[in-house]
Design a protein around this ligand. Structure first.
Ligand SMILES: C[S@@+](CC[C@H](N)C(=O)[O-])C[C@H]1O[C@@H](n2cnc3c(N)ncnc32)[C@H](O)[C@@H]1O
Length: 315
């Protein structure tokens, strides 16, 4: 992480939005972008289907941290994460991890509701983050100190300041509704939440800033699960608009090199509009299941060909 640069870019992200309320983020914010603070996937269903074994290892896209935290909750202690967006570690491994360290289940949900509340006062939000800082590692602490102060100074004179979380996050709802928590395993109930809290002490979660569609060789080591959430629907950013089925197969072959024997690769939104619109190939049944890859067991997702679960050969 490049702390000074990350702080500068995050300040620019805040300022730009306060000046031009909620415009789309311009392309220069590739390194720092708004974060999906909570997952937009049904992680409960995904993890049930994958059925990961306790004590195995995983590489996951970081985003807001919900998938890595859910994995830790299930006894996966060695987790490497990556993301294009450099704001994700500050949000997930800084702010949200500190919340997990400080609050019990009810307090966590109450605080999450406040973070989602567009009417929260500047003072209340600032105090919540300041109280969490003491639980963060030094870089995260320094980051949030600088960002909270910057935001406070810019908005203190306003009658209705904009919630900082709305400036830095893509929130699931524009109100305080937490109706998604049943989709996130560690937020399901008190027992799951406390299991995550206990497991976090044993877990090692690392982060690298990378484009997983291009820089996969930077992923160190091999894992039992590689979880690439909705990445392929953004593949046009890395591969251009004309990427095709051959490119997808080449990619799968390359990323599979980072799987242990019998390990699983999970990909979503494969047949996104970009691939379908631009491909000259017809996606018949065999293409959907990628049978011609030949080197792995390919498990078509129940009822959803847009998801693929691919198992590496046993060694
Ligand atoms: C579209 S978001 C959705 C959130 C995600 N589905 C979840 O459950 O939290 C996907 C995340 O993947 C990241 N991402 C997208 N394309 C990527 C790529 N090529 N390499 C690394 N990260 C990427 C984004 O920065 C974002 O954090």
């Amino acid at each position: 992480m490049a702390l000074d640069l990350d702080i500068r870019q995050t300040k620019a992200l805040i300022k730009m939005q306060l000046e031009h309320t909620f415009q789309d983020i311009p392309s220069e914010f590739r390194d720092i972008q708004k974060v999906y603070i909570n997952s937009n996937e049904d992680l409960q269903m995904l993890l049930k289907t994958i059925n990961v074994k306790e004590g195995t290892s995983a590489f996951s896209i970081l985003a807001g941290g919900d998938m890595p935290f859910s994995l830790v909750g299930q006894g996966i202690y060695q987790i490497a994460t990556g993301d294009l967006n450099n704001l994700t570690p500050y949000m997930a491994l800084g702010l949200k991890k500190a919340m997990l360290g400080k609050y019990n289940y009810q307090e966590y949900l109450q605080t999450l509701a406040k973070l989602y509340d567009s009417n929260i006062s500047l003072e209340t939000l600032t105090k919540i983050i300041e109280d969490l800082m003491v639980l963060m590692e030094a870089d995260y602490q320094e980051f949030w100190q600088a960002i909270v102060k910057y935001n406070y100074d810019l908005q203190a004179y306003k009658v209705k300041p904009i919630n900082l979380m709305y400036l830095l996050g893509r929130l699931r709802n524009s109100n305080t509704s937490l109706d998604f928590i049943h989709l996130i395993p560690y937020l399901n109930d008190e027992v799951s939440y406390e299991k995550l809290q206990n497991n976090l002490a044993k877990a090692e979660i690392t982060f690298i800033n990378l484009d997983v569609l291009n820089d996969y060789q930077r992923i160190k080591g091999k894992y039992d699960l590689i979880y690439l959430s909705n990445i392929l629907d953004y593949a046009y950013v890395t591969w251009g608009n004309n990427w095709d089925y051959a490119k997808l197969k080449e990619y799968i072959n390359n990323i599979m090199a980072h799987l242990n024997g019998n390990g699983l690769l999970l990909l979503h939104y494969i047949f996104s509009k970009h691939l379908l619109m631009n491909s000259t190939e017809l996606f018949d049944e065999s293409a959907v299941t990628l049978n011609d890859l030949k080197l792995e067991e390919v498990i078509a997702w129940p009822d959803n060909p847009d998801r693929l679960l691919i198992r590496q050969k046993r060694v």
